[in-house]
Structure formats: structure tokens, C-alpha cells
Ligand binder design. Structure first.
Ligand SMILES: *Cc1c(COP(=O)(O)O)cnc(C)c1O
Length: 593
């Protein structure tokens, strides 16, 4: 008698190989077909050309010894990778990756065998089309109109964030250039701050009045100059110049530091939005920062909100942030670029309006992503797609402008995305993997929504198991998504003592060695998270002898973590294993005392 199964889970079960390779037959069959078709394709393209490698060649000692060497090294590699972190297992709950889906794997491999280069349609006949279609699917999931929006695949979220920052900077440069040119030709009169907030409409008018194309701007190309020369020129023309800033919440991903330094903003102009009691961007502080920028004439090149923070999977109040930006635009003409860094959480958009586990506020935030100027989303995180696969999306393709240098040896088509990418040569594998998941699993409630809903549920199950089993466990209650952070600390204990215990737990479950579970850890700045910690742990006051609190961090992305069928209940097993570690740790502590 087969075990019964929730019909909701069937979909889940057909999209993954399974922790025990339960779907091995299906995978073998599909790979066989993929390889066979690849071979037949090759054989049928120019069949009259004759063979380049003969049966005789294959019998020569040289050929034979090469084959043996390849064989041996393949075996060597296969063995070596058996020591790889077993990310496929529900016991891996560390970083933002777990199992990859079968459609993603097949899509990735199909593209790999044909090896298109999405740098241009000349190098990728099919790949670039697939990429555009996959981008359209992502745009639609995020709530954008795919006819007016656009985007492209990147090697990850870091590059996608760079793509956004370059557009914001380029936009600012174009506006300043047009305003300076307009001022000299007596077509426009305004301050430096007005120029920095010019807006595309006024920009286009100016370009028209300056008679012609943007080439007239070349005389005044602020964007071509060194920072020093550009600021001098602006100052000479508009009377003043102040460094532009980027506003980003304190829980930001570390890529934003790289971006502000590498794009010449300077670390000091990456202004931090403080966190509120939810651990997310404080609207009150954001408003104060915007007002400060206005008072001090500092152009706000961009404002970043985060959908799914890297540390704890929290969601910024995107809805309120959008409202605030809109309000400042109407009242003070502030024209900034709102980027949603949804590298981790973007796929939660598939849960929009599902009335499931996500609350009203989260739902509103998901529905507000569509107002953002641009979005970063990583299929190689919650898309269950193999590395390296990120994506950059932009709401209005007319704003998709970056400095480009056309290359004489690549026949760029008008539609080629390479005009718009930091990267040159790009694989189509990530796009193809994403495409196949969109067409099979589906970026909607019944597809990804179902899988992600389960992971949120799993997070709640594990929380309960920990709370029931582990004395003095502290788990912030705010987690909206599928990341859970915790530490174990008795009241009155110092942070240093709590951190030492967390370190011990991490060492036990660390991916550096073999254990029954694998977790990750993070450190939060208790000053940044002050309001959040106060709200979450009203009864727990550690002695603050350190400014950094270490937390065990688990990402519950594996779709089978709460499956009923296996012999083991993973949430319970993890809680028990943790309790065991703590028992030994406490005993050793007592001996020390
Ligand atoms: C992971 C992540 C990034 C960076 O993505 P990579 O693919 O690792 O380059 C950026 N922002 C957030 C919020 C992330 O979680």
C-alpha cells in the first residue's frame, strides 16, 4: 500500500530529483534524450562532409592512452566532488541555496551543449530569444508590463545591483550635462539641485531645443570627465556642486559598499537608512534623510529597498517607501531612482494575492515592486536554478541607458542587449534554465508559490520545534520569509558568552566538516538592530559587552524539509541534535567553572 500524499505535494515531487534520487529514472531518461538529440543534431547538419575521426584513429595507442587519461581524471573529479557540501539534502539548511529543480537542470544543460554567447544575436540565434522570453516571465512575476519593461540575465545579484547603480548614475550625468548646456544657451535656468532632479521630460525638451541629438551634449559631456573635472565644470556653470548620495538600509548586502566605492560615489556617500522595530528600513529615518539631502542640495542618485534581507530574510516596507518617494517627487521635485534589491526574495512575488501564509503588509509590499525603477532578482537563489544566474529588470526600457562603446567586430543588432550590459560574453544557460522553470513550474501561486509557501511553513514548524525543545532559545519573531536566525542565551549573560555558545553550535553544524545538519551564521550590529532586538526580546537583556551579536542562520529552502514520508522528521531531528550539543556545552562550561 503506497503512502498517501497531499495532492499539493505532487507538483513538488515531480520537479526535483528528490533527496534519495527518487526520480532517478526520469532524470536518466531525460539526460539520455538530451545527449541523443545533441548527437543527432550534429550528425544531421552537414552529413555529406565526411568523418574527421575514423575507427582506425580510435584504435591507435595515442588515442587510447588519451582516452584512458580522460577517463581517469573524470573518475578523479567525480570522487573529489563527492566531498562537496550535500546541498541537495533537507539536512542542508545553511546558505541561500539548496536543491536545484529538474527543469532548471535540464534547461541549463541543453543550453550548455549548444553554448550560445548572448553578447549578440550573431553569436546566439536561439539563446537571446530565450533570454528575452525568460526576462518577460520575470517582469510579469514582479508586476511589470513586459512590453514596456526590459532586463537581462547577469552572473548574479551583485552585477545586477551594479547595473542599477550605473543607470542611476548615468541618468544623473545626462541630466546635469543637459542642464549645463541649457544654462549656457539660455534655455534653462535653475540651481545645481534642480539640474540633478531634472527629469526625463525636461531633459528631452532641452535636447530638442538644443537642436538635435545627444551629440550636442558631447560638448558638455559631464559623464565623460573625471569626477574632479566634471564637478568643476558644473560648479562654474551652475554655481555649485555637491556630491550625490545613495540611500540604503543598514541591513544592506555588502555589494552596495563595492558599488559606492567602484562607481566613484565614495563610501562616505553611501548613507544608511536606520532600521526600525521590524528590523527593516525605518520610514521615519528615510524621510529625515531625504529632507536632509534636500536641505543640503545633495542629489539622491538612488534609494534602495530590500525584498528579503541577506541576514534574516526580512522585507522592507517597499509600499511605504514608494509612497514616500512619490510624495517627495510631487512636493519638492525630488527625482530619484528606486531600486528593489530582491536578489533573495524576488521569487516571493509568485505568492502575490495568494491569501496564504503571507500577511497583508507583505502582500502590499510585493504588489509595490512594480513601481520600482529597477529590480535585482537571483534565480540561483529562490529560483532553484544552478549558478551563475542573476537578473536585472527595469520598469521602463527608455531608461535603460548606460555609457556604451560599440565594438567594430561585433555586428550589434538594435535589439541586442549587449549595448546595455556590463558583462560582454554571457552564457545563455541561466536564462534557459529560468525559462524552462517558468514554462513548467510556473512563476505563479500554483507553481513557485506552492514551493515557497511550503518553505515559509517549514520555517514556522522549525521555530516551534526549537521553542519546544531548546531552553532559552531566542528567535526574532519578525521573519516574513524562510530564513530563521537564533541564539541561545540565559538572562543576564554577556553577549560575549552568548556568542561563544553560538560559535560552538556553528562549529558543530558547519559545512567544513561532516555533521548531521549544516547551518550558517551571521553577526548583527546591535546598534543597527537596537529597536528590533528590543521589540523581539523584551525579557532578555544580555550584558552588552560587545556590539556584535552572533546568530545561527538557517535558510529553509529545501522543499522536502517538512515532508511526512521520510523516516526522519527533520525539524525535530535538528532540534534534538541542537539540544544535545547544548547539553555537552553546558557540561563543559560547568567543568570550567
Ligand atoms: C545574495 C544577495 C546579493 C548578491 O547576489 P550574488 O548573486 O551573490 O552576487 C545582493 N543582494 C541581496 C539582498 C542578496 O541576498
Amino acid at each position: 500500500m503506497p503512502k498517501s500524499c497531499d495532492p499539493d505535494e505532487i507538483a513538488l515531487k515531480s520537479f526535483f530529483l528528490g533527496p534519495q534520487a527518487e526520480n532517478a529514472e526520469l532524470v536518466r531518461h531525460s539526460f539520455q534524450r538530451i545527449i541523443d538529440r545533441w548527437i543527432v543534431w550534429r550528425q544531421s547538419r552537414f552529413p555529406d562532409d565526411g568523418r574527421a575521426i575514423s575507427a582506425y584513429d580510435k584504435m591507435t595507442p595515442e588515442f587510447q592512452s588519451d582516452i584512458r587519461r580522460i577517463d581517469a581524471m573524470v573518475e578523479h573529479l567525480l570522487q573529489r566532488f563527492e566531498s562537496e557540501v550535500p546541498k541537495f539534502s533537507p539536512r542542508y539548511i545553511g546558505h541561500m541555496f539548496s536543491e536545484i529543480s529538474l527543469p532548471a537542470l535540464f534547461g541549463h544543460c541543453i543550453s550548455l551543449l549548444h553554448n550560445p554567447n548572448n553578447v549578440s544575436a550573431e553569436a546566439s540565434r536561439v539563446g537571446v530569444q530565450i533570454e528575452q522570453e525568460a526576462i518577460n516571465e520575470l517582469l510579469t512575476m514582479c508586476g511589470f508590463d513586459h512590453r514596456t519593461g526590459t532586463g537581462h540575465f547577469t552572473s548574479g545579484g551583485t552585477i545586477a545591483n551594479f547595473e542599477a547603480a550605473i543607470r542611476a548614475k548615468w541618468r544623473l550625468s545626462l541630466w546635469l550635462s543637459a542642464a549645463c548646456a541649457g544654462k549656457l544657451h539660455k534655455l534653462w535656468d535653475g540651481s545645481f539641485f534642480d539640474a540633478a532632479n531634472l527629469g526625463w521630460q525636461r531633459y528631452n525638451e532641452l535636447i530638442r531645443q538644443l537642436k538635435g541629438s545627444e551629440e550636442t551634449l558631447a560638448d558638455f559631456a559631464i559623464y565623460d570627465r573625471s569626477a574632479r573635472s566634471a564637478s568643476r565644470r558644473i560648479e562654474a556653470t551652475l554655481g555649485s556642486y555637491y556630491d550625490p548620495v545613495i540611500l540604503v538600509p543598514a541591513h544592506r548586502h555588502y555589494s552596495w559598499e563595492k558599488i559606492s566605492v567602484l562607481l566613484g560615489y565614495g563610501r562616505e556617500n553611501l548613507l544608511t537608512i536606520e532600521l526600525d522595530q521590524h528590523g527593516t528600513a525605518s520610514i521615519r529615518d528615510l524621510e529625515q534623510k531625504i529632507a536632509w539631502c534636500r536641505q543640503n542640495q545633495r542629489p539622491i542618485a538612488m534609494i534602495i529597498s530590500v525584498l528579503g534581507t541577506t541576514e534574516m530574510g526580512l522585507v522592507d516596507p517597499i509600499h511605504k517607501i514608494h509612497d514616500l518617494i512619490h510624495r517627495y517627487n510631487r512636493s519638492s521635485g525630488i527625482n530619484t531612482w528606486h531600486h528593489v534589491d530582491a536578489a533573495f526574495g524576488g521569487f516571493f512575488c509568485s505568492l502575490k494575492d495568494s491569501h496564504g501564509l503571507i500577511d497583508e503588509q507583505f502582500n502590499r509590499d510585493l504588489n509595490s515592486v512594480r513601481f520600482a525603477d529597477s529590480v535585482t532578482i537571483d534565480p540561483h537563489k529562490l529560483g532553484y536554478v544552478p549558478y551563475a544566474c542573476g537578473a536585472f529588470l527595469i520598469r521602463d526600457q527608455r531608461f535603460n541607458r548606460i555609457p556604451t562603446q560599440e565594438s567594430p567586430y561585433i555586428d550589434f543588432q538594435k535589439s541586442d542587449t549587449s549595448h546595455f550590459t556590463i558583462e560582454g560574453s554571457r552564457s545563455a544557460a541561466g536564462a534557459t534554465a529560468t525559462w524552462l522553470t517558468a514554462k513548467t513550474i510556473g512563476f505563479n501561486r500554483d507553481g513557485y508559490g506552492r514551493i515557497l509557501n511550503r518553505t515559509i511553513e517549514a520555517t514556522r514548524v522549525l521555530r516551534r520545534a526549537l521553542q519546544e525543545t531548546i531552553q532559552d532559545v531566542h528567535i526574532p519573531t519578525a521573519a516574513d520569509t524562510n530564513i530563521l536566525c537564533f541564539c541561545v542565551g540565559r538572562s543576564g549573560e554577556s553577549i560575549t558568552a552568548v556568542n561563544a555558545r553560538t560559535q560552538k553550535i556553528f562549529e558543530h553544524f558547519s559545512p567544513y566538516k561532516e555533521s548531521d545538519f549544516f547551518v550558517s551564521k551571521t553577526e548583527i550590529d546591535i546598534n543597527c538592530y537596537h529597536e528590533f532586538l528590543k521589540a523581539n526580546f523584551p525579557d532578555w537583556y544580555p550584558d552588552k559587552d560587545s556590539s556584535r551579536l552572533m546568530l545561527i542562520r538557517v535558510c529553509l529552502m529545501n522543499p522536502f524539509f517538512t515532508s511526512a514520508e521520510p523516516n526522519v522528521s527533520y525539524p525535530e531531528a535538528f532540534a534534538k541534535s541542537l539540544a544535545n550539543i547544548l547539553k555537552h556545552y553546558n557540561a563543559s562550561e560547568k567543568i570550567c567553572v
